[in-house]
Ligand binder design. Structure first.
Ligand code: SPV
Ligand code: MG
Length: 309
């Protein structure tokens, strides 16, 4: 499927990344995406052996806006953070677009805007607005958009794309909402038929029983579309193990955000106690390291090159 595009003579930067993602999804190893919440976290992810950047809705809500992941961050606020991320990474960017930030036309506009912004993929979930983060364990309503309506939205989002390489991932929340494997299968099948390029099946089942039942049922359908996992709540499986079970992409969604929060808290505790910068220095990045990460010297050299000539 993906290889039909590979003989094209030249592609835009955006389409080249989209093709990389599509080829990765068809590969015999998993696409491993890691969650970014800002441009620096995306830069850092790019310095390791990962395949894609996941723009985490949870991460952007919490880190860029200091807000809970409850559809409080708007499409344009997510787009602003995404543009910053897209601009500094050579990896394909997969954006968590929640439920498309509203109704039918919001979903369509979301797909159009993120396609134009040059990202490789958007992920659209079937949580009813206002959504609740899937990891939240407290008491809260979990309502899903009716399957027919969500399929209609996904179909329109796919039809509205400018580049045929742009990837639309449909996310199924039926297992998270406690609707069971049959309901999850009904949704996954309907979204695939609506034209979604891949299906993210989210689950909080540590034992993988539900996921395994889903995978068996999915593979029995013969639908040849890649599956995506977010194993935050079944964290002991490696990406390779999940690939062997049938997942083409594995998203490590929020570990950099949680690392940043812990590191900042540890440092603030030290500063609160010691009241001088030297107390924190041994455990934090040097100023020069941060300068290097954002290419400060290279940028100054480029700026001043003409003056020297
Ligand atoms: C996110 O990173 O925002 C996700 C994944 O959607 S999860 O938090 O597991 O729902
Ligand atoms: Mg999210």
């Amino acid at each position: 499927m993906a290889n039909t595009y590979s003989d094209r003579p030249s592609l835009s930067r955006a389409d080249a990344k989209r093709l990389r993602l599509r080829n990765g999804l068809a590969d015999d190893k998993p696409v491993v995406a890691v969650g970014a919440h800002d441009a620096m976290s995306a830069r850092l992810i790019g310095n390791y052996d990962f395949d894609a950047v996941w723009v985490s809705g949870f991460g952007v809500s919490a880190m860029a806006y200091g807000l809970p992941d409850l559809n409080l961050v708007t499409m344009s606020e997510t787009l602003a953070v995404t543009r910053a991320i897209e601009g500094v990474t050579e990896l394909p960017v997969v954006v968590d677009c929640d439920n498309g930030f509203g109704g039918f036309s919001n979903v369509v506009r979301t797909a159009v805007e993120f396609d134009r912004a040059g990202v490789a993929a958007v992920c659209i979930e079937d949580n009813l607005f206002p959504k609740r983060n899937s990891l939240y364990q407290g008491k809260s309503k979990r309502e899903l958009i009716p399957v027919k309506e969500q399929s209609r939205r996904l179909k329109a989002a796919v039809e509205g794309r400018d580049s045929e390489l742009f990837v639309v991932i449909a996310r199924v929340e039926a297992l998270i909402a406690g609707h069971g494997v049959d309901a999850a299968m009904e949704r996954a099948t309907a979204y695939a038929e609506a034209g979604a390029d891949a299906i993210l099946i989210h689950s909080k089942d540590k034992t993988l029983t539900e996921i395994t039942d889903f995978l068996d049922a999915w593979h029995a359908t013969g639908i040849d579309k890649p599956l995506v996992a977010v194993p935050t709540l079944f964290p002991d499986y490696t990406a390779d193990e999940l690939h062997a079970k049938g997942f083409s992409m594995v998203i490590l969604a929020n570990q950099p955000m949680r690392a940043a929060v812990k590191a900042m808290e540890d440092t603030l505790e030290i500063l609160d106690k010691e009241r001088k910068p030297a107390a924190a220095d041994p455990t934090i990045a040097s100023v020069n390291h941060v300068f290097d990460l954002v290419l400060t010297t290279e940028t100054i050299q480029a700026e001043e090159a003409d003056e020297e000539a």
